[in-house]
Design a protein around this ligand. Sequence first.
Ligand SMILES: NC(=O)c1ccc[n+]([C@@H]2O[C@H](COP(=O)([O-])OP(=O)(O)OC[C@H]3O[C@@H](n4cnc5c(N)ncnc54)[C@H](OP(=O)(O)O)[C@@H]3O)[C@@H](O)[C@H]2O)c1
Length: 206
Amino acid sequence: MIVILGATGRIGSRILEKLLPNHKVTAVARKDIPPHPNLTTKSFDDLDSVLSEATVVVSCLGHVPSVNMLFEPLFVTEINKKIGEHPSNFRFIQLNSGGVDNPHGGDSRPFMDRLIIGSIGWLTPFRDSIQSANYISTLKKEWCCVRPVNFIEGEGEYEVFEHATKSVFSGAAAKMGSIADFMSKLATDDVLWNKWKFKMPMLYDK
Ligand SMILES: NC(=O)c1ccc[n+]([C@@H]2O[C@H](COP(=O)([O-])OP(=O)(O)OC[C@H]3O[C@@H](n4cnc5c(N)ncnc54)[C@H](OP(=O)(O)O)[C@@H]3O)[C@@H](O)[C@H]2O)c1
């Protein structure tokens, strides 16, 4: 059973749409989601028992833009830890951000990118992205931390690299349908999974 956290969000909802026709999915969410014969919806209180049944866990959680988000706890990292420490064996896929460095190194970024990213690194959503990536990269459980750059509408051809290859501020973008395509395939395609597990793929529009 595939578990999605953040299935009400922009990327999570698109992944759900792609998976539901052919897969049993459990969405862990705060809000109602339209019913589907292949969908079960659970609350965050049920997370532990849901994880016990999971074969794949996809987290698309993120801070919803508002002034309050600056004062929110680092809940993405907290939930990553609950997933990472769970004793069950499942593949763990996290949506993260193209501005976040791979803690194991290898990202090549222009000086201006480093300067700008460094200056916003204290903001809660970005701090949460960095800390959740740092955490997931230490896991023994199979994981993949997907790092798309700036989200735009649509779906189309995309390319995936092991390390950052372009400036985040040069107009590079990732279509939301394409991100959902890659992440839903990671959940269901063993060949793709074996290629990207234990890595932090960067996803850009072609
Ligand atoms: N925006 C960009 O251009 C961009 C670019 C690269 C990477 N990213 C990354 O993408 C991620 C966000 O993706 P998105 O745009 O799909 O996010 P989104 O549409 O804002 O969705 C966020 C999801 O997280 C849930 N959520 C928020 N606060 C929560 C809380 N306290 N407890 C439980 N669930 C909570 C939301 O649930 P509700 O519906 O209940 O609020 C929603 O399902 C972030 O990690 C961000 O760094 C964004």
